[in-house]
Ligand binder design. Structure first.
Ligand SMILES: [Fe+2]
Length: 446
């Protein structure tokens, strides 16, 4: 019992340009859940993480005051630490990231908090600590490619988050467009924009190509995901699912080190092996991946996913040694659902492996599918607007939409998972269901 109560939360903060403001801003929270199955430090592996970003700070104290919702306000205090982040642009702007970990949280309890110091405090926010039961049915909002300009889905996400509709938000790469621009001020502004959702609901991420600048330094510095890879790849557990986040960008930005690609591949293989140990898979039968650039898509823009020889799917044969792709690995270890973005559209695939469809049956294609199901949801809105599709979809393409929007997902239990796609261009929804029995419901506006 004592071990079960070893819960923690990390609160961090970033401070920007040395103005006179001493109030925190860009507050956001995240948590690792039970994180990597091979974490050696068991206390760390039970940690709950809350990340708070403060701005301009001249002092180094990082404090979060918090308490149970309905209880005595700010009955607990936690201190963290600050780190310096220097943007790589011509101004070399200095930012300060503050992280604080909250420990001994009651599972599935709501907390009220603020962050700062006697020099200035943030607004009051609230979050719910992780429910670690495998029978928990978590609700997700997920999307990619949301920018500072034209974030079409943000207002709906703000309202729905405030209504308590989500337990987790997944942002599948491409933030702000781009966080490094204007010497990092676009990143600051974007983080202020998403504070309205990310200060209340854990905001879990993976890197996209728009984070490329200065070796992904803004992405590495501004977020705090599980593990020790500066957010590049990690895994965590929630309810009946094991969720794996990884970087597709290691296949494209070789100048930052081919070794990253191999280190990630080895980690993915080990993580999938562990998640597939019978006792682990029995507890968490769903294995879900999230990465930015998809293996498949039927867009008309010539991106990697439009090619049969997709780097992400099949690897690269122009490197020494040859770089392995991910499709065989994910198929071999029974990944159920693969979440992608990058294309500014929505596309749902039939269960697919090696360009072939492996439906459960013709009547119920998503019931006991024989290959992973892919969802591409990169249409949350950005300055690049929409992408287009080729006129005739491939056999593996089940549904396509160019509407702005995002995806809702609920892990109902160990056999049923529900997905629906929300259109920000149209109000009505349409659905699909998968079950593992993979029971997937996908709803899309029609
Ligand atoms: Fe992208």
């Amino acid at each position: 019992m004592a071990a079960l109560l070893c819960f923690c939360a990390l609160i961090s903060a970033v401070c920007c340009a040395p103005l006179i403001e001493t109030q925190p801003e860009q507050v956001h929270v995240s948590y690792p859940g039970e994180i990597s199955l091979f974490m050696i430090d068991s206390c760390q592996s039970k940690q709950r993480q809350t990340v708070v970003v403060f701005i301009p700070i001249i002092f180094w104290l990082s404090v979060v005051e918090y308490g149970l919702w309905g209880g005595k306000l700010f009955s607990h205090t936690a201190e963290g630490d600050a780190s310096v982040f220097i943007d790589g642009g011509p101004e070399n702007r200095t930012m300060y990231v503050h992280r604080v970990t909250l420990t001994d949280l009651t599972p599935a309890a709501s907390y009220v908090y603020h962050c700062g110091s006697d020099a200035g405090w943030s607004d009051i926010f609230y979050f719910t600590s992780l429910n670690e039961s495998v029978s928990f049915s978590p609700r997700f909002a997920l999307f990619g490619d949301m920018g500072n300009e034209n974030p079409q889905s943000l207002s709906r996400l703000q309202k729905e988050t405030q209504m308590g509709m989500y337990d987790v938000i997944l942002h599948i790469g491409d933030f702000a467009y781009d966080m490094h621009e204007d010497n990092g001020r676009i990143g600051d502004e974007f983080m202020r924009q998403i504070q309205s959702i990310a200060a209340y609901t854990p905001y879990m991420t993976c890197p996209g190509n728009h984070e490329w600048a200065y070796n992904f330094s803004h992405y590495r510095s501004r977020f705090s995901m599980p593990g020790h890879t500066e957010n590049l790849w990690y895994s965590w557990n929630i309810g009946p699912a094991h969720i794996i986040s990884f970087s597709t960008e290691v296949y494209f930005y070789l100048e930052y080190g081919l070794d990253l690609l191999f280190r990630q591949y080895d980690w993915l293989q080990a993580d999938l092996q562990e998640a597939n140990r019978p006792e682990n898979r029995a507890q968490r039968p769903w294995i879900i991946t999230m990465g930015h650039r998809p293996m498949y898509c039927s867009n008309d823009d010539g991106d990697d996913c439009t090619h049969f020889q997709s780097y992400v799917r099949l690897g690269r044969n122009d490197t020494k040694p040859i770089a392995p792709g991910l499709e065989d690995l994910f198929y071999q270890y029974g990944v159920d659902l693969e979440l992608w973005a990058h294309e500014h559209t929505y596309e749902r695939l039939w269960p697919v492996y090696d360009y072939k469809v492996f439906n459960g049956s013709s009547e119920e294609p998503y019931v006991n599918p024989k290959a992973p199901v892919h969802i591409i949801t990169g249409s949350a809105g950005c300055r690049e607007k929409h992408d287009g599709f080729i006129p005739k979809p491939r056999d593996w393409s089940a549904f396509r939409s160019t509407d702005y929007g995002y995806t809702r997902m609920r892990l109902i239990n160990g056999t049923h998972l529900y997905l629906e796609q929300v259109s920000d261009d149209q109000v009505a929804l349409a659905c699909v269901c998968v079950s593992v029995c993979l029971f997937v419901c996908v709803c899309v506006s029609e």
